[in-house]
Design a protein around this ligand. Structure first.
Ligand code: NAP
Length: 323
């Protein structure tokens, strides 16, 4: 079965196990708190100088130095940024118990060889399909976030049980856990980030805004048309699917979408999408990510400082958008 819910998952493989969560950022915070609320013995592992220790303890969690948390753990979850997983794994490997389980929420660092786990370890993936903030708030509402699971290495014969019990404890089993693999999750996630939701969509909005402004439309109207309506369509697609969304918009919008959509997203776009997928699979993006980290994130820092200076961003602020 490729879609598991709480009732299909045995929580026992995690009972009595000690879990160390390395990192208390977006995912680390949410997963630690959800595990703790599910009755799992969890310790957040952090660097000596980390300010997050106080935050984790204030939230009612145990916090310890990374090596101490790892040495005591049966399950270690790598929730620091992907690009530092190689260095972090090298640091913790001597402290990892024989036969421990090592978990990830992204397939990247294992699939592209940043981490080569010791042969005695179970290696699993639980990748919630959304940000930690939503993973936590859904859990608190008694709901969950859909997630992917996979086993990368099954040294004990029990890796699948641990993976699923972990996914259940962070709330993913309330919405559904789907079987995948490290390769599939990593490649599909990187493809989407570059070509679709996080890369393609924002650039489409910018291109539309700039085309209207160049055509004499005021920036305010261009912004409201091209950017301001995005959440409306996202909510409709979430609630009704793409076909259902088209049923509730006006005939004018529906016909416009029919004529214009396929003209903009044409065969050339699909060809470039296929190129992106091939490059992701060849490990080119993984190399870029490693280089970016080695350079102290120079390109990302440059982009971040430029990103707020555009006409689109100025217009957003004029229309009352917060910084
Ligand atoms: N963000 C998401 O929405 C999302 C969704 C699904 C999966 N994931 C995956 O979840 C994992 C974690 O991502 P994230 O976005 O949650 O990461 P993040 O927020 O950037 O992680 C920050 C945490 O990592 C710690 N950290 C940073 N550098 C470290 C180092 N050199 N050694 C030890 N700890 C270090 C930080 O420590 P300090 O507190 O000391 O600064 C902080 O607690 C990744 O594999 C990611 O792909 C993320």
């Amino acid at each position: 079965m490729n879609f598991l819910l709480d009732a299909d998952i045995d929580p026992a493989p995690l009972a009595g196990k000690r879990v160390a969560i390395l990192g208390y950022g977006n995912q680390g915070r949410a997963q630690s708190l959800n595990l703790n609320d599910s009755g799992i013995d969890v310790t957040v592992g952090l660097r000596g100088e980390s300010a997050s220790s106080t935050e984790a303890e204030a939230a009612g969690l145990k916090a310890a130095l990374i090596e101490d948390a790892v040495a005591a753990a049966d399950v270690v979850m790598m929730l620091a940024p992907d690009e530092i997983h190689g260095a972090l794994y090298a640091e913790i490997e001597p402290s990892l118990k024989q036969g421990a389980a090592l978990g990830f929420s992204h397939g990247l660092s294992v699939h592209f060889g940043f981490v080569r786990p010791r042969a005695d370890l179970d290696v699993f993936l639980i990748a919630p399909k959304g940000p930690g903030t939503a993973l936590r708030s859904l859990y608190q509402q008694g709901k969950g976030m859909i997630g992917l699971w996979a086993v990368g290495q099954d040294a004990s014969g029990g890796a699948q049980g641990i993976a699923l019990a972990y996914g259940r404890a962070i709330g993913c089993g309330r919405a559904g856990l789907i079987a995948s693999s490290f390769a599939e999750e990593a490649e599909a996630d990187l493809f989407n980030e570059q070509a679709v939701v996080w890369g393609g969509v924002p650039e489409l909005l910018v291109a539309g805004f700039e085309t209207l402004v160049a055509g004499g439309v005021s920036p305010e109207v261009a912004y409201l048309e091209c950017v301001g309506e995005l959440h409306l369509i996202a909510e409709l697609i979430e609630a009704r699917g793409i076909a259902g969304m088209k049923e509730v918009i006006s005939n004018t919008a529906e016909l416009g979408a029919l004529l214009g959509g396929k003209r903009i997203i044409d065969a050339g776009v699909r060809e470039r999408m296929a190129e992106v997928l091939a490059e992701v699979r060849a490990g080119r993006f993984a190399d870029e990510l490693r280089n970016e980290e080695s350079s102290g994130y120079a390109r990302l820092e440059r982009e971040r400082s430029e990103a707020r200076k555009t006409l689109l961003e100025e217009t957003r602020r004029r229309l009352g958008g917060a910084d």
